[in-house]
Design a protein around this ligand. Structure first.
Ligand SMILES: Cc1cc2nc3c(=O)[nH]c(=O)nc-3n(C[C@H](O)[C@H](O)[C@H](O)COP(=O)(O)O)c2cc1C
Length: 266
């Protein structure tokens, strides 16, 4: 089978998933690349339909060992029909737990045929210069690995003449899925006087939890603690204040120091 069109779909508040997915696509080198960035809420309202002769690559960050709950609604509206698909999770050097198996099974239920899966490491959303975890990941080795994964996908696609010839792929994970899909409702962000109200934080927030006219007004029920606002602030005016997210930041910094390696499942 040839791959002419690749559809790249990802949710990626702090852009590590986005980076890895583009590197995989680079390794594939398709004639046509359609990018579907579902990070913003308006993009998640658009359902995606994929054809049998396209390759879908779906990427999500791991949240609490699972697929982020807000991606679920978009996944439920995905229409595929025997579409070859690749599932990718990116995690912050703790564990990816059941996120990859959950993503694989979710897209299978929507009509995809998963032909490959992978787990990559990205700088942890809660990482900062004071309490870093997986800082700078994906690094050059991760990105080279992702490109090689793209090449391995092409080789696998070329090895068959029909999608029915693929054996089902196995990825690690538990049934029932462990972990939880509810996040903290917590106001964990401190905003310093350096804030110039430029509005970038409100703009990058995937759930519109920040008031555009006052960046210190945060709706803690909407907030998914993704830290996109902190990492995108040009003044470094936003930081994690004491509380449960700061405690998690300290635990991660202590317990998740040893760099993990990306893995693919073909
Ligand atoms: C609410 C939340 C939960 C997370 N849970 C996990 C986890 O269970 N395991 C892990 O290794 N990383 C976890 N992370 C870290 C992200 O998976 C990681 O930083 C990822 O690279 C972020 O992807 P993005 O840059 O595409 O947003 C979590 C991050 C957030 C915000």
């Amino acid at each position: 089978m040839n791959i002419n069109t690749v559809k790249l779909a990802y949710f990626s508040p702090t852009k590590t998933t986005e980076t890895i997915l583009h590197d995989i696509a680079k390794g594939i080198g398709p004639e046509t690349l359609d990018v579907i960035d579902i990070t913003r809420s308006d993009a998640r309202q658009q359902p995606l339909k994929v054809a049998e002769d396209e390759l879908l690559i779906v990427g999500v960050p791991v949240y609490m060992g699972r697929v982020p709950a807000l991606v679920g609604e978009w996944l439920n509206a995905l229409e595929a029909s025997n579409t070859p698909a690749v599932c990718v999770v990116v995690y912050g050097n703790r564990e990816f737990d059941d996120a990859l198996i959950e993503l694989k099974e979710w897209i299978t239920g929507q009509g995809c045929v998963p032909i490959a899966g992978a787990a990559y490491i990205g700088e942890h959303s809660f990482s900062d210069s004071g309490l870093p975890t997986a800082q700078g990941r994906p690094d050059q080795d991760d990105r080279t690995h992702a490109e090689a994964f793209g090449q391995a996908i092409v080789k696998k696609m070329h090895s068959v003449s029909a999608i029915s010839q693929f054996a089902p792929i196995e990825v690690p994970g538990n049934h029932p899925y462990k972990g939880k899909t509810t996040l903290w409702d917590v106001n964990f962000i401190a905003v310093s006087e350096e804030c110039g109200q430029c509005g970038i934080c409100a703009d990058v927030c995937p759930v519109e939890a920040i008031a555009p006219e006052d960046s210190s007004r945060i709706d803690e029920v909407k907030c998914i603690t993704c830290c996109a606002c902190i990492k995108s602030c040009p003044q470094n005016a936003r930081s994690i204040k004491p509380g449960p997210v700061n405690d998690a930041q300290k635990r991660l910094n202590t317990n998740c120091k040893a760099p993990k390696k990306p893995e693919w499942f073909l």
